[in-house]
Every structure is written in C-alpha cells, then in structure tokens.
Design a protein around this ligand. Structure first.
Ligand code: CAO
Length: 444
C-alpha cells in the first residue's frame, strides 16, 4: 500500500556536516529504488545517496550547499510499495581515459589505474547501513592544478552514456566540477563542429614503442594541459584560422611607460607594455565590433558583446591558463596592472576559480617578455580572434627622408575566417597599430 515516507540520510561512516553538491530529483519525479537522488561531497569523496524506495518524490527538504548528517531528513517519498528493500549502491570503479568504466560511487583521479578501484560490498548500504567512500578517493585533490576530474558519479555515468571522455569537458561548477550542463554543452559544440555529420575523419596515429630506440620515461600530462589541449585541439580543427601580421611603432609608448615607472613602483605595480595593449585592443574592438563577438550554437548568428572582457594567456608551471580581466574599457592603467598582476600570480599558484577563466571576448597572448619575432596563436573559441604579441625590437625605419631607430612591436592576429574577412583583419591590426603608436588615441 502506498504511503508517505521520510527519506533520511543513511550512515555515511565517519563523515560529518557533508555538503550537498547536487540534487538529482525534484518533487513529482518518479524514482526507482537505488536510483541516485542526492550527491554529497566531503573533502575526501563524493557519494550518491540512493532512494530507499520505488515511488514519487513528494518533497525535497534540502538545497545544494546545505550540510547534512546521518539521520537528517532529505525529503519525503510516496512509495509505490511501502516495503523498504535493501539498497545496493552502484559498484565503484576508476575512470581511466581509455577504458569505459561502470558507474563510480566516488570521485577518482582520472589517472588512477582501474585496479585501484575496489568495488563496494553489494549489501552496503541500505537505510541504517553505511555508505562508504571509495578508498582511492581519499587522495583526490581539488583545485585547478591537480590531476583529478571533479564530477559526480551520475555525471560520469551520463558522460559515458554519451561516449564523452570527462577530461575533454571544462567544468563550470565549484572547483572546476563538471555539471550536466557542461557535458551537454560539450556534446552540442562537438555536433555543431562536426557540421551535422560532416565531421573530420582522421586515421589514428600508429602506436610507436619508443623504448626500442633508447631509454624512455612516461610522464602524465598535467590536468591543465589535458583540458587546454582538448580545447586547443577543438579550436584548431573546427575554426578556419588565418593569421594577419602587422607591427606597431611603440617608441613613444615606451617613453610614456618609462615616465610612469616611478609612480608604478611606488604602488608596487609592474606597468608592462601589455597593460597599454589591453586598452588599445579595447579601442580596436569598439571600432570593429565583429571582433567582440561569438558565433552562436547554430553557427548562423553572431552574438555581439557590449562588454569588454579581455582574456590574457598566462604561462604557469602546469600549463597555459587564460584568466579574464573584466570591463577593461572602464579601468585605468594602474588598476589593470594591479588586476593582471594579481590574476597571473594566482594563475601560477593554480588558484584561479573556473569563473575567472570564463566570459572573455578576446584574448591576448604575449610572449614579449620572452622573445621571438612572430607566432600564430590559436583562437580561443568561442571568441573569434586572438592577438599574439612578440618582443619589441629596435629597427631602422624609413620615414620618407631617412632611416631612424624605432622600437617596433610584432603583432599576429589569428581570426575565425567564418566571421572575419581578411580585409577586416588587416583594418583591425592597422587601426590597433595606430592606437599603440599614439596611445592618446584610446581617449578618442
Ligand atoms: N617587448 C619588449 N619587452 C616586453 C614585451 C614586449 N612585447 N612584453 C613584455 N616585455 C618586458 C616587460 O616590460 C618586462 O620587463 P621589465 O620588467 O623590465 O619591465 C619583461 O618583458 C617581462 O614581462 P612579463 O612577461 O613578466 O610581463 P607581461 O605583462 O608582459 O606578461 C604574462 C604577463 C602573465 C602574460 C606573461 O608573464 C606570460 O605568462 N606570458 C606567456 C603567455 C603565453 O604562454 N602565451 C603563449 C600561448 S600560445 O598562444
């Protein structure tokens, strides 16, 4: 006979005040016994709480972010069959990049070997029995610099069903957690990129045993490299790239920058050429708004952005990250210097939050502090253009009457040729070069 039952949190071992990170059902949903309804996360593991009954959820009494303990009421359910059965959680398994795995009951580093995953006992847990976190999960590290992918078991299962590898998806949740919307967005962008069936088919590279030729060592890529690698690869194969080169005379800009050096030093700031470039880029984006846009998912409309958030590529020990400086048009040079200094410091410490790397309109990648002449950066899709800046060099420039020494800055603008035409790109870099050469023009 159907009756209303409270769903209480079962014994979850030694864990106390565990945070609810996901609620998988809502009032009115029909659920089956053992179906996951809530996901909890301690600092060591992620656990899915299964429904103890078949039935219809009447009420969910908790919210994401709440902290709960054994016995707390999570909600209520109108049972189809009042008899509670023993609940067996899904078996735990490690997720490896190469082998699809059964549903995981905890969060496991992607690099963990499958053998590290011990299945949980089948009879464990029912209400009143213990839910144990996976033993390997105790070592899973949070934060952007670690080698762990944060995703609840249900998301892992969902991704497996879609045939998507989690390391290809960029998580937008806390600590880079992958949520369902991220998996959906990834699949959608892959489908769009493939042009509805006209996808690129490339034969896989032959596997080579390098040890045949000498001593070798296998070193796993950092988590950041795996994530940025997948993103860069996607941009490289889906965005038709062209790079427009130009140069800007920064002799006057350099004089102005040096004149501000003392003031910057007093404020403990570094006023590098990049700070001025950020302002100049905003002027160029205001003049050529198509560069401050993204293609929508259908590929048929441009999303024109009325804000000016500039991504800056930062080289970190774990790989490339792109924090976003917001509203660059509204900030002065010192404010931008302070913000970029702080963001790049945290980027190098692996302390950026995912939100700080989202929402960019246009990216600048500066290798000017290192060297080189020109390079062709990869567009940071869904943005439509990226500026690569190399090291300025003193050159003999002919002024119509004679050669004079001028400090010249090499620029390389890569753009999405679906959105930007070559002539537009040449106009953009020419305009940018003029603004950089006479930075007072940012005031116009
Ligand atoms: N020409 C000449 N000198 C330059 C210059 C340029 N284009 N750009 C910077 N410099 C100078 C700076 O003025 C500074 O010298 P001083 O200390 O004497 O002033 C020095 O080079 C070092 O600058 P920096 O690189 O530390 O600072 P930045 O503001 O130019 O850049 C940051 C900051 C975070 C972008 C940079 O450190 C970085 O990580 N760059 C790498 C980005 C990257 O990897 N891109 C490739 C991605 S693939 O597309």
């Amino acid at each position: 006979m159907a009756e209303s039952k409270i769903i209480a949190l079962p014994d979850v071992g030694e864990f106390k005040d565990i945070e609810i990170i996901e609620i998988l059902v809502a009032a009115g949903d029909r659920v089956e016994q053992e179906q996951s309804i809530i996901v909890l996360e301690s600092d060591k593991a992620t656990m899915e709480i299964p429904s103890p009954f078949d039935g219809i959820i009447e009420e969910i009494k908790v919210s994401v972010g709440d902290r709960v303990n054994e016995g707390d009421a999570l909600g209520s359910i109108r049972t189809s069959d009042s008899k509670a059965k023993d609940v067996a959680p899904p078996p735990a398994a490690a997720e490896t990049p190469h082998a699809p795995a059964p549903a995981a009951a905890t969060e496991i580093p992607v690099s963990a070997p499958a053998a590290a995953a011990e299945p949980m006992p089948k009879s464990d847990p029912a209400p009143g029995k213990k839910l144990k976190p996976h033993p390997g999960a105790g070592s899973s590290s949070a934060g952007t610099g670690g080698n762990t992918i944060h995703a609840s078991p249900s998301i892992r299962r969902y991704a497996r069903e879609l045939g998507v590898r989690l390391e290809q998806i960029i998580g937008s949740g806390p600590k880079g957690r992958i949520v369902k919307a991220d998996a959906k967005a990834f699949v959608k962008s892959s489908m769009t990129a493939a042009g509805g069936g006209g996808g690129l088919s490339v034969s896989s590279a032959p596997e080579i045993d390098h040890s045949k030729f000498g001593e070798i060592e296998s070193v796993p890529l950092s988590r950041i490299k795996k994530i940025s690698g997948a993103h860069l690869h996607r941009s490289w194969v889906t965005v038709p790239h062209v790079t427009q080169f130009d140069e800007a005379d920064i002799t006057e800009l350099e004089n102005f920058r040096k004149s501000l050096a003392k003031e910057a030093e007093k404020k403990a700031l570094r006023l590098t050429p990049l700070i001025f470039l950020m302002k100049a880029v905003v002027s160029a984006l205001q003049e050529y708004p198509d560069f401050n846009a993204s293609l929508d998912a259908s590929g048929e409309n441009l999303v024109m952005k009325k804000y000016f958030h500039i991504g800056i590529a930062v080289d970190t020990p774990n790989g490339l990250v792109v924090p976003v400086v917001r509203n660059v048009d509204q900030k002065g040079l010192f404010e931008l210097a302070a913000e970029l200094g702080e963001l790049s410091l945290r980027a190098r410490d692996g302390k950026l939050s995912p939100g700080e790397m989202q929402g960019g309109c246009f990216t600048i990648s500066s290798l000017g502090g290192i060297g080189g002449t020109y390079f062709t950066p990869i567009v940071n899709a869904p943005e439509v253009a990226i500026l690569g800046v190399s090291r300025a060099k003193m050159q003999a420039v002919y002024n119509g009457a004679e050669f004079e020494p001028r400090l010249m800055l090499p620029l390389g603008l890569s753009y999405d040729h679906r959105v930007i035409d070559g002539a537009q790109a040449a106009r953009f870099t020419h305009f940018l070069s003029q603004v950089i050469s006479d930075i007072r023009r940012v005031l116009l």
